[in-house]
Design a protein. Structure first.
Length: 223
């Protein structure tokens, strides 16, 4: 399958997702957040687990909201600020959802070293972005945003219809950025989970075998 075929397939899948009512998608996101928050509160990693769940939840909600056919939104601008670690009144922050320059500035802050391409026509607001492996940050990007097995540069694209104003292109740029951040977050989360499993296996290897007398009474009752 060619790169263009992969991009077309991904775009078709996203169009299918967007046909699902926003409230239904949000309910699914909320349920996943509740599921993610069921952690082992006796573990040393519980705070990190909850932080990862909160960031996944925030990015997923942002993506749904950015895909809506609305105009510039100051509340969304504030939420995007939070993603890059900024807290300031809405009146003081950039209008990410209403300004091309501000939307691109968000990408530069959230994804340093990424290229951005976008446009607006009578049908859609669209955007592409990805790591610039040939730029001055190429070495860091190759380390932090690794290529896939076939050496294909990972890109994210968004195509939002209808093209009813400048904000559609802004939202397309921002949606691409949030998709990339979600991808990296999931990738890092899987790495953290794998590290945790390795630690558990290592601990089990040096721990004495469990005995029935060590198990909680409720376990024995249902054994």
């Amino acid at each position: 399958m060619s790169t263009m075929d992969i991009l077309r397939e991904a775009s078709a899948r996203r169009r299918g997702e967007r046909e699902t009512p926003a409230l239904e998608r949000i309910r699914h996101i909320q349920q996943r957040y509740l599921d993610d928050c069921v952690v082992d509160f006796g573990s040393e990693d519980q705070e990190a687990c909850l932080d990862r769940a909160a960031r996944r939840h925030r990015l997923a909600l942002l993506l749904v909201l950015l895909e809506q056919p609305d105009g510039a939104d100051r509340d969304l601008d504030v939420a995007l600020d939070v993603v890059i670690g900024l807290k300031r009144p809405a009146a003081e922050g950039p209008a990410y959802t209403g300004s091309h320059d501000a939307a691109r500035a968000f990408v530069a802050a959230a994804l340093p070293g990424f290229w951005v391409s976008s446009g607006l026509c009578g049908l859609t607001g669209h955007a592409f972005l990805g790591p610039d492996y040939n730029g001055p940050s190429g070495e860091r990007l190759r380390r932090d945003w690794t290529l896939d097995g076939e050496g294909t540069v990972e890109t994210w694209d968004e195509d939002l219809a209808p093209g009813d104003g400048t904000h559609r292109e802004c939202r397309a740029i921002l949606a691409c950025a949030v998709r990339a951040l979600s991808y990296q977050h999931e990738r890092q989360s899987r790495g953290n989970e794998l590290t945790g499993l390795i630690k558990q296996v290592a601990a089990a290897a040096v721990s004495p075998p469990a005995r029935a007398v060590d198990l909680p009474a409720v376990w024995l009752a249902h054994g």
